[in-house]
Write a protein that binds this ligand. Structure first.
Ligand code: NAD
Length: 283
């Protein structure tokens, strides 16, 4: 059965998740709270589909068919009939808890309710809903159309049937590679990645090396496709800081604490690629 999909939040990740669902022939609804956010989501998805078509990864007809699979809405009630709803709003615990309380009332009792959170324990979101057994983390990676991994994160109350369904959805319907992670802030990948990104930011902060030299070091010396500072810019410095905050709150591990330079950059609106400037400038 092809599941119908709802995506809440059409930012970097929500747009990517919707694009991948639509490219796999799944009827998809994207919700953003206002028209401006919705217009940005549509532009992001159509731009990404155009790039895939012009590089030959997708035919022009398939790109058009994928865009036609997506309904863009500012009405949360449009998610009421979905088989699967994936939440991809800002990494803010209070905002997510309040949204899950609403979604728990709104969606069908058999709807798979997933969060794309990078670091907030799934249990905190599941506890806000009726039916926490159907709530699970399905954590995609950026850019979603390019990176094959998703982490599947059950909470203590997620049912075995929900775990099975989430794995099937990610692997069979979206063509992703899944790994199973425990419900601890950061899961598997960010528990390893975030301290590394923060270490690179601290190097810039103390003037140990330039952002460009640090990135060149990891690209040319360790064969990483992207250096840590360009990767932090790609993730979004606000999201990087929010993930660091949640991980620090959970473990009190100093390596997870966001360095002051990162916090100042977020306060200054220097969010990386999405704002045009972070450690580097983007046109
Ligand atoms: P983003 O800032 O690009 O997008 C967030 C979107 O959510 C915005 O479009 C905003 O308008 C919308 N939004 C905010 N509050 C909302 C609400 N109450 N209801 C509906 N929409 C709302 O952020 P992002 O990078 O797409 O991150 C989204 C989620 O995905 C976060 O939980 C983040 O931790 C996670 N994530 C991010 C990355 C990454 O590399 N950026 C990777 C994996 C997971």
């Amino acid at each position: 059965m092809r599941e119908s999909v709802g995506v809440v939040g059409g930012g970097i990740m929500g747009s990517g998740i919707a694009e991948v669902a639509a490219r796999n022939g799944l009827a998809t609804v994207v919700y953003e709270p206002d028209d401006a956010g919705l217009a940005r989501a549509r532009k992001r998805i159509s731009g990404s589909l155009d790039r895939a078509a012009s590089s030959g990864k997708l035919s022009a007809d398939d790109a058009k068919a994928a865009l036609d699979q997506i309904v863009f809405t500012t009405d949360l009630a449009a998610l009421a009939d979905r088989d699967v709803v994936v939440e991809a709003i800002v990494e803010d615990e209070a905002a997510k808890v309040s949204l899950f309380a609403q979604l728990g009332e709104l969606v069908r009792p058999d709807c798979l309710l997933a969060t794309n959170t990078s670091s907030i324990p799934v249990m905190k979101l599941a506890a806000a809903t009726t039916g926490p057994d159907r709530v699970i983390g399905i954590h995609f990676f950026n850019p979603v159309p390019v990176l094959p991994l998703v982490e599947i994160i059950p909470s203590l109350l997620t049912s075995p049937a929900t775990i099975e369904r989430a794995e099937q959805f990610a692997a069979k319907q979206l063509g992703k590679t899944t790994i199973l992670a425990k419900d601890r802030a950061g899961f598997v990948v960010n528990a390893l990645l975030i301290p590394y990104l923060l270490a690179a930011i601290r190097m810039v902060e103390i003037g140990f090396a330039s952002a460009d030299d640090i990135d060149t070091g990891m690209v040319k010396g360790c064969a990483h496709p992207l250096g840590p500072l360009r990767l932090a810019d790609l993730i979004g410095l606000d999201t990087t800081a929010a993930v660091a905050h949640s991980m620090y709150a959970e473990f009190k591990e100093p390596l997870f604490a966001p360095p002051p330079l990162l916090l100042r950059m977020v306060e200054a609106g220097l969010l990386g690629r999405k704002s045009g400037r972070g450690f580097f400038e983007y046109s």
